[in-house]
Design a protein around this ligand. Sequence first.
Ligand code: HAM
Length: 418
Amino acid sequence: MKNVKGTKDILPDESPLWQRLESTFRTMPALFGYKEIRTPIFESTDLFKRGVGEGTDIVGKEMYSFSKSEDGESLTLRPELTASVARAVMQYNLIRHYPTLRLWYYGPCFRYEQPQQGRQRQFHQIGAECMGTTNPEADAEVIILANSILKNCDIADYKLNINSIGDTETRAVYKKVLVDFLNDNLSKLSEDAQKRLVTNPLRTLDSKDTRDREVVKNAPSILDYLNSESKEKFEQLQSLLTASGVSFEINSRLVRGLDYYSNTVFEFITDKLGSQDALGGGGRYDNLTALLGGNPIPGVGFALGVERLILLAQQNEQPAEAKAQVMIVSEQSFNGIVFRVANMLRAQGISVVTDLQQRSFKSQFKDADKSGVKSVVVIGENEAAQQEVTIKNMVTGAQHENVAYANIVTVLQEIPNG
Ligand code: HAM
């Protein structure tokens, strides 16, 4: 049997890198006052249809949906978490407790896409949502947080693209202008773009198809159609980012593939991962809770693709092997003495492995050499009888004999990295 296409096993050698990144995912949002939220991995299909949008690739082609509930309700493995977070915020009225609600999350998502480097069917996102205000300060804050996470994961090769797709009023005006322009160039567009002309013409702006790219080069820019409020917000966001030392480029073709966005959208792009160039993205979604049938709660947030961060981090460093600090070498367990000593050391925060197969001293020492452990605690027949151990410094070969249990930790601490 093999793992399913588009999924990946994270093997023991790879886990240390995941854990290093995951510790940044926990500490960085906390530094910004964000609290963790964990929502279920599956939700009602309707949540994503209404939230992410029926016309999007995610809802149209990529959802893992099934029905296993008593009433035949369709369920879906979450393709993203923003809709789930918005649902939970409404359900528990979380905004009541905090006028500005700052939340972060980390976990697996599922999209039925053609797998390739950096694109899987099960992947992970780290993300954050700031809800309760329409002010551009919140947009700047989430962008700065995403940027800090990337920097703290030692990821350097990326650029930040930002854009404003305006509010509903702006988009209504711009859509007409864009559709006219696209209609004038209809025969030059991809089949997909031609189909989208009615459902979602804006998406043609960031189509990856070379035919569409050629056409949209000359398309009118949405930035020329922003109404005064949207324009002012976008300018404020830029000056806040500049003041915070976050470099960015304005890309007026960036629209992103989810329907809930308005005003700010942004993406972190790299040229180090081939065609899957988005490390993460996000934007403002002031209409999302209303789309889900609740009161309008403005929000802005981002999600980073963890597999893509791992791929970049792997290019920069060799995987570090997680190794124990101490190995206990003993040919038998002496009625639990070996376990007692091991547990005593673990209680002091020292990682310890013991032999579980009663192998010879020789083969256990071979293991110790191979594993690179710095100290070995030897418990032979004599040591067990006298309630003592012998400690061997594996780097210098020096031995400390007749060490009483109470002194083991002190001796180990004298051995560098022991
Ligand atoms: P998204 O752009 O659909 O946005 O996904 C965010 C990131 O998840 C992508 O930039 C990419 O790094 C990663 N990603 C997406 N699909 C895959 C895949 N099949 N395999 C590997 N990585 C993938 C969202 O999901 C929004 N919820 C972000 C957001 C939060 N907007 C506001 N708040």
